[in-house]
Design a protein around this ligand. Structure first.
Ligand SMILES: NC(=O)c1ccc[n+]([C@@H]2O[C@H](COP(=O)([O-])OP(=O)(O)OC[C@H]3O[C@@H](n4cnc5c(N)ncnc54)[C@H](OP(=O)(O)O)[C@@H]3O)[C@@H](O)[C@H]2O)c1
Length: 315
């Protein structure tokens, strides 16, 4: 078996932790380096026992990353930090970037395989990994995209791991206790991302709640022609047939159906307005199908490896 070497920049973060676990679970990938400025010098296995190679975290500059012999680099950095690494890394090395920095760049491949396909990913060297809410919203919108009349409205609630590890009100457990915090009422990046990639006009209102991980997106859609509940469910089942990471259900999924699970659940399918008003509920784990699992799908497709099967996260 050919083993491909992968480097991870941003290994200390929430998504970095899941990526270490997912890379460690594969026999066809070897972690070549794990970069963290704060944890430099500490054994990776101290934080991620799945990595058994004795590797230590290193604080790597873009130039140091570019000097490493790797097939791929995953960037799990905050928004706005990827560019120096992208500029330094060789063109034939696969980059999967988890931030929003290249999701609007037409020279990058936007990697959401269940909606936009796998063909473009197999030869891709620059892959923009979608946002977590944006994945949930697009999974709800895409199957009926051609049937829409007007805007799609996505009401999203995320666990506070979505706000990363840098302290802010959005991951302050005291501020979140007994609370639900709306933010970015207009123009959120994921609103722009969903609009750009689905081609529908999307309105999106994010909220953060006191649970750690998981997202629920409740999406309101107006249909050009009335549909029945069975017909709607058939459309979604057809759209995601054969996709192990998207489950379609008539039930209304809840956050705990998606938290720690590798894939998404899409369901509910409420119909009102004489069959014109459709409400779809999608749930997923923001750190998994919303980030690390999706990044692994994109990475493996680009490297010509099997996408693999994913288990629930024990973290
Ligand atoms: N959390 C989610 O649910 C989620 C979902 C989808 C996408 N994303 C995106 O994924 C990316 C990572 O998110 P996260 O939640 O894992 O973030 P995080 O928990 O805040 O971790 C950020 C990581 O980047 C490193 N870092 C921070 N600033 C850096 C800089 N200027 N240069 C080099 N390293 C730097 C940090 O480690 P050191 O400080 O030790 O170097 C840390 O490892 C973000 O762009 C986020 O938008 C997150």
């Amino acid at each position: 078996m050919t083993v491909r070497r992968v480097g991870l920049v941003g290994a200390r973060g929430h998504t970095g932790r899941e990526l270490l676990r997912l890379i460690g679970a594969r026999g066809d990938l070897e972690l070549a380096f794990a970069s963290s400025r704060e944890w430099a010098g500490r054994p990776v296995a101290e934080m991620a026992p799945e990595i058994t190679t004795g590797l230590e975290f290193e604080a790597l500059t873009p130039d140091a990353v570019s000097a490493r012999d790797v097939d791929a680099v995953i960037l799990a950095l905050p928004n706005g930090a990827a560019a120096p690494f992208v500029a330094a890394i060789a063109e034939d090395t696969v980059i999967v970037d988890l931030s929003a920095d290249y999701r609007f760049d037409a020279s990058w491949t936007y990697g959401l395989p269940e909606i936009y396909g796998r063909d473009g990913l197999t030869a891709a060297r620059r892959i923009a990994n979608p946002g977590c809410y944006a994945t949930a919203g697009q999974l709800a919108i895409a199957p009926v995209r051609g049937r829409l009349a007007g805007e799609a409205h996505v009401f999203g609630v995320s666990g506070y791991s979505g706000a990363g590890t840098a302290p802010s009100r959005k991951n302050d457990v005291e501020a979140l206790a007994d609370n639900l915090m709306p933010y970015a009422l207009t123009g959120h990046l994921h609103e722009q991302e969903m609009t750009r990639h689905t081609g529908a006009t999307v309105r999106f209102t994010p909220h953060v709640a006191a649970f750690f991980r998981g997202i629920v997106a409740t999406t309101h859609l107006t249909l050009q022609s009335p549909m029945t509940p069975d017909a709607v469910r058939g459309v979604y089942e057809h759209a995601y047939a054969g996709e192990p990471l998207v489950r379609v259900t008539a039930d209304i999924p809840e956050v705990r159906d998606g938290a720690r699970q590798p894939g998404a659940v899409v369901g509910g399918f409420g119909l009102g307005g004489d069959g014109h008003q459709l409400v779809v509920v999608s749930v997923l784990d923001n750190l998994l199908k919303g980030a690390a699992v999706q990044a692994m799908q994109n990475l493996t497709l680009a490297l010509g490896l099997p996408e693999g099967r994913y288990r629930p996260s024990p973290l």
